[in-house]
Design a protein around this ligand. Structure first.
Ligand code: PEP
Ligand code: MG
Length: 619
């Protein structure tokens, strides 16, 4: 939670009054104060940021150029083919969205947009652009991005030479399509984020979690993005970095340019351009309230989280990036309940080797100071697209229903074994637990356990220093099928961690990163709650530890319900620990249990919400 960028003076405060007219200066020469404008979106990371907009143009990509070996020609051509398929799908989706959005435009305008997108779509179907670039990869032995760029340049030259106004207009279309292609291809290699000045608010049409991980919190004060839902990994990454963020703000890109003064209100979900003195006064007031809360909460760090009737609850932290460790230690977290290991794999072309992973994990384990660190194996897929693996698995690797999480790890078992070896070695420096993401069946856990044993045998043979007993191997319960068979999974798991983010997404068939359905995303849906309840009860019956590490664990409005469902371990973003702890100190477990029973008898999410709100207001 943060408020950032106070040095900034809004334009409206710079010259607003008559007193500011200097001698000799005419009143009508006073700089026109730009009017405040507001774009609404989803507040996904709390706090307010004020700064200068840095628009990240989706078309502006750095095009890497390099020679490829003769043996890599087919791989490179496949990469191009996959990018073409992805862009075609993207354009097809845009056509649907455009149709929806242009319903109230005059027919001519909506037809024009439709024709344009149709033309883009067909340009990618065995067009000269695609054929030419494919051929160039083989003849010039260059990477796909460079081949697309070269082909665009040649087509543009040919069209220009014909002096035909129609063809001249088509050059721009070909460039648009080519840029989209290059953008997709570049994502598959290593996307670079250009350094920005201190006090920047990053504004983009789309921002991936990997892009977000590259932001420097010393320079960037906030994030405003046109697309994206509140539970997306980009949102989670923004929260981890403590950057106020608004995602899912339609119309944002049309309203902004680099250099605009901008306020991002992550609490209210608003992006304010040229904030007025009144908006700024509200910002200052809210900031002092927040600072007061922060000081109050700081005092809680050393206190145990014990309910009024004496039950201790373990509060742990989720980690996205190792740079969070200072805040985690200061928050009083009793270990790490979820270390999302994806950070080691992001923004790089090649997979990290065992030593690199070991070094990164060891530094986290050492900072945890003997507290347990739960390291989740790679969970690429979905919105954290493992673009580098697209060549091998196609679109499946970026689909939430494809080779995600444990499926990818088992399909590339050498990748999992390397990760296990790094984790086992890091375990020699503290206490580690291993967590498997996206599990759906017992056989996945069994297969992973065999690979873990193999990794340990290899390390023993090498004489490496690893813990004598293998670390506990746990299962994420985040797929409805896994929750419904939790009793079976509990038989082969050492612990459970309930991932309510994905569990909600898959149960309700709502993409957590899609702003159009974000209002329907509701972990209080009785279907989701019943699955969570069943998973927790199965773990308790099998006498294995169970925690919850989805975003609801860090929201104090849900705490009483989670305790009532049987959770005694909650893992969340470090900045949420104090509020949740405060809530636990106020709760009486017996009354929380009673309210939970009442809630679990309900059929309607809205009623459940009011029963919970009413309970939270009472105690
Ligand atoms: C979850 O799905 O709830 C979870 C904790 O995992 P992630 O958010 O990384 O998918
Ligand atoms: Mg998940």
């Amino acid at each position: 939670m943060s408020d950032r960028g106070d040095e900034f003076k809004p334009s409206a405060e710079r010259k607003t009054s008559k007193e500011m007219v200097r001698p000799g200066e005419r009143e009508d020469m006073v700089e026109q104060v730009p009017k405040e404008r507001i774009v609404d979106g989803l507040g996904v990371s709390p706090g307010i940021a004020i700064g200068i907009a840095q628009v990240r143009e989706s078309g502006a990509v750095n095009v890497p150029e390099y020679r490829i070996a003769a043996t890599k020609v087919t791989t490179e051509q496949t990469r191009l083919k996959d990018a073409v398929a992805r862009v075609r799908r993207q354009i097809a989706r845009l056509r649907v969205k455009a149709r929806r959005r242009t319903n109230n435009l005059p027919d001519a305008a909506s037809d024009e947009l439709g024709y344009l997108l149709d033309a883009y779509y067909h340009m990618l179907k065995d067009s000269r652009l695609v054929r030419g670039a494919t051929l160039r990869i083989a003849t010039e032995r260059i990477n796909a991005e460079a081949a697309v760029q070269a082909e665009i340049a040649v087509i543009a030259e040919t069209f220009q030479a014909m002096h035909d106004p129609y063809l001249a207009a088509r050059i721009e279309d070909i460039r648009q399509v080519g840029n989209r292609l290059v953008k997709h291809l570049t994502k598959a290699s290593v996307p670079q984020f250009k350094p920005v000045p201190k006090g920047s608010v990053i504004v983009a049409e789309e921002l991936t979690p990997a892009d977000t991980a590259q932001l420097d919190p010393d320079r960037v004060v906030g994030i405003a993005v046109q697309v994206g839902g509140s539970q997306s990994h980009t949102a989670i990454m923004a929260r981890a970095l403590g950057l106020p963020a608004v995602l899912g703000a339609p119309g944002l890109m049309a309203a902004v340019k680099t250099g605009d003064h901008i306020l991002v209100d992550g609490d209210l979900g608003q992006i304010v351009f040229n904030p007025s003195p009144a908006s700024l006064a509200v910002f200052r007031r809210r900031r002092s309230e927040r600072l007061r809360d922060k000081r109050r909460f700081k005092r809680l760090a050393k206190q145990a989280a014990v309910t009024r009737d004496g039950t201790e609850i373990i509060l742990q932290a989720n980690v996205e990036l190792p740079l969070e460790m200072d805040n985690i230690v200061a928050s009083g977290a009793q270990g790490i309940g979820l270390l999302r290991s994806e950070f080691m794999f992001m923004n790089r072309a090649a997979m990290p080797n065992e030593d690199e992973q070991y070094a990164a994990l060891r530094s986290v384990v050492e900072r945890a100071d003997g507290n347990p660190v739960t390291i989740r194996t790679l969970d690429f897929g979905g919105d954290r697209g493992a673009a580098g693996l697209v060549g091998e698995f196609g679109e499946s690797v970026t689909s939430p229903l494809g080779v995600r999480g444990i499926r990818l790890s088992l399909a590339r078992s050498e990748l999992l074994e390397t990760q296990f070896r790094a984790i086992l070695r890091a375990g020699a420096h503290g206490t580690v637990r291993i967590l498997l993401p996206m599990v759906t069946v017992v056989s996945e856990i069994r297969a992973a356990r065999e690979i873990l044993a193999r990794a340990a045998r290899r390390l023993h043979r090498r004489g490496a220093d690893i813990p004598t007993a293998l670390p506990p191997l746990g299962t994420m319960i985040e797929v409805p099928g896994a929750a419904l068979s939790a009793d079976a999974l509990a038989q082969v798991s050492d612990f459970f961690a309930v991932g309510s983010n994905d569990l909600t997404m898959y149960t309700l068939a709502i993409d957590r990163g899609d702003e159009w359905v974000a209002h329907l995303y509701n972990p209080l849906h009785p279907g989701v709650l019943r699955l969570i309840q069943f998973a927790a009860a199965s773990a308790l019956r099998a006498r294995i530890p169970v925690s919850i590490c989805g975003e609801i664990a860090g929201d104090p409005r849900f705490t009483a319900l989670l305790l009532g469902l049987g959770f005694r371990e909650l893992s969340m973003i470090a900045s949420s620990i104090p509020q949740v702890k405060q809530r636990i100190l106020d709760i009486d477990l017996v009354t929380a249990d009673r309210r939970t029973r009442l809630i679990m008898d309900q059929t309607d999410a809205t009623h459940i919400q009011s029963l919970l709100d009413e309970f939270n207001a009472l105690v």
